[in-house]
Write a protein that binds this ligand. Structure first.
Ligand code: MSP
Length: 521
């Protein structure tokens, strides 16, 4: 079992392109692992508690629950539109999640992991966290990244995170694959270098924040939003759940492989790299039950961070309507290297779709099926003798399939797509060179014509399967036009030469990737 999760998105605003990227990336990985023959459980969802939701709801004059529900709908609708297929949906206001968070709090208290103390100091409303002098900038001030900073004095509950710091340092140092890619791990080790003052304030007094999960043993307090949110990865996987809760069986999800959490680079330190492993350790998870963290980079706008205040946020819903889901899904994983940042560029979205899908793969589909229909009555004949050119094409497919696998296993979706595209280019050049339209003029050349057409159709079938994790709908359209209904039920290891049987009748081509025509064109 491969258990994959994403970060759960804040419901204080609408989904943006960064959210869409992360969900599509996880969806592609989940689909690819299924193609590899693995059983997969994909969990995603929304983070509905916290001060930001409370504040924004207050501004709108509605209850935070109503507000969070309204925003949650936007996420649900978008994932449906973008073909993000999850198995589990996490909403932190779900009673089953609340019960799990409360049980964990009680358990940690029993274990002596929690204590209550008074505190006076600075607090960032935007980041919902207490600040120390280490958070001041060179000028000795709290910079604009903290938003409104207020002075507060209050009692709170603390988690003895510092008691786990030594263990965590050792764990991170001796488990190089805890965080991928590797350079992010160095960031984490850097943050762990001086673990002063690590204890984590995990409560908020109700007079300041009502919108959260109540402390089971101290009802004047609610749970700090990050402590609540991180637990979604286990609560919705069935941890401590009743048999009839409608959640999966925890051990069959969590222990039958290594869970992978897909998150953005901004929430590795401290949330996923420091808090979460320490929390799991404190709850009693042994090292071998800790998840792996896959950290992706950010989509920026012309090198700048996307933010509401800069007015440069891209709305994925609008983009999907304007350019189509296929173009958007393709672009989101094609023009970024997993782990690194990239610039979101609409011209490149259109260019990559038009060039690599409409002109290349779309063209191969159209040609292979059109010429088979026109010159061979739609019948694929695989028995003809092959020549060196055919062997080269087969070798290309073999090499590309192996390269695709290496890239996809390493979560490098862009390289996986480039590998497919290399073979598509080889196929189109092969068609140009072998000119089936000329071969068709001479009956004596029929065996050669058959072989060329069969090689193109066979290649198309393989490419449809390989591209299916990224573009499931176009892959299904190609399978339908090939009249190979069960093509997409194949597993990766089934991808051997000979998927299209001798005498198979293909269907009529219809454009799979209609070209995007922009206003300037
Ligand atoms: N609610 C927390 C996560 C809790 S997980 C237990 C949160 N939410 S968020 O809505 O701010 O971000 C959700 C995810 O979207 C994060 O992984 C974040 O890194 C990612 N992205 C937000 N903006 C992004 C880009 N511009 N580009 C790529 N991903 C980005 O953090």
């Amino acid at each position: 079992m491969f258990f994959i999760t994403t970060a759960i998105d804040y419901t204080n605003g609408a989904p943006h392109i960064g959210h869409a990227y992360e969900k599509v990336l996880a969806d592609v990985i989940a689909r690819y692992r299924r193609l590899r023959g693995e059983e997969v459980y994909f969990l995603t969802g929304v983070d509905q508690h916290g001060q930001k939701v409370q504040q924004t709801a207050e501004k709108e004059g509605i209850h935070p629950a109503t507000f969070a529900k309204k925003k949650t709908k936007l996420f649900l609708n978008l994932w449906k539109k973008l073909g993000v297929h999850y198995d589990g949906w996490a909403e932190t206001t779900d009673d089953r999640h609340k019960a799990c968070v409360q049980a964990i709090l009680s358990d940690l208290k029993e274990r002596g992991e929690l204590y209550k103390k008074g505190y006076k100091g600075h607090y960032s409303v935007r980041q919902e966290q207490f600040l120390t002098d280490r958070d001041r900038n060179e000028a000795g001030e709290f910079g604009p990244e903290w938003g409104e900073v207020v002075e507060i004095e209050e009692e709170n509950w603390y988690f003895r995170l510092s008691a786990h710091a030594e263990w965590l340092k050792n764990y991170v140092s001796s488990n190089p694959d805890f965080v991928i890619p590797g350079f992010r791990r160095n960031e984490l080790l850097g943050a762990l270098a001086n673990p002063a003052d690590l204890d984590l304030c995990i409560s908020r007094p109700k007079e300041r924040l009502r919108w959260g999960i109540e402390f089971p043993f101290d009802p004047d307090f609610v749970t700090y939003v990050w402590f609540d949110a991180l637990i979604n990865y286990i609560s919705f996987a069935g941890y401590l759940a009743a048999d009839n809760a409608g959640l999966p069986d925890f051990t069959s999800i969590w222990d039958a492989g290594r869970p992978v959490h897909v998150i953005g680079k901004d929430i590795l330190v401290p949330a996923h790299g420091v808090y979460w492993p320490s929390m799991l350790h404190a709850i009693g998870f042994p090292d071998k039950r800790l998840p792996q963290i896959l950290v992706h980079g950010w989509w920026n706008m012309k090198g700048e961070k996307m933010s509401k205040s800069l007015g440069n946020v891209v709305d994925p819903d609008e983009l999907a309507d304007k350019f189509g889901v296929d173009a958007l899904r393709y672009y989101l994983v094609r023009d970024i290297v997993t782990g690194k940042d990239a610039d979101f560029d609409l011209d490149r979205l259109v260019m990559l779709y038009n060039q690599e899908l409409a002109n290349e793969l779309g063209n191969l589909c159209n040609r292979a099926l059109n010429m088979t229909a026109r010159y061979s009555g739609g019948i694929v004949a695989t028995g003809a003798a092959t020549n060196a050119d055919d062997h080269e094409l087969r070798a290309s497919l073999k090499a590309v399939t192996a390269e695709y696998r290496v890239a996809m296993d390493a979560y490098d979706i862009a390289e996986g797509l480039k590998a497919i595209n290399r073979h598509v280019t080889v196929c189109n050049a092969y068609a140009e060179r072998n000119k089936p339209w000329e071969l068709a003029k001479d009956a004596a050349l029929k065996p050669r014509l058959d072989s060329v057409l069969a090689h193109l159709v066979e290649s198309l079938a393989h490419c449809a399967v390989l591209i299916s994790p990224v573009l499931p709908d176009p892959a299904a359209r190609i399978a339908a036009q090939l009249r190979m209904d069960s093509l997409l039920d194949l597993k990766f290891d089934d991808l051997q030469w000979g998927l299209v049987p001798d005498g198979h009748e293909t269907g009529k081509p219809k454009p799979v990737f209609p070209k995007i025509v922009t206003e300037e064109a």
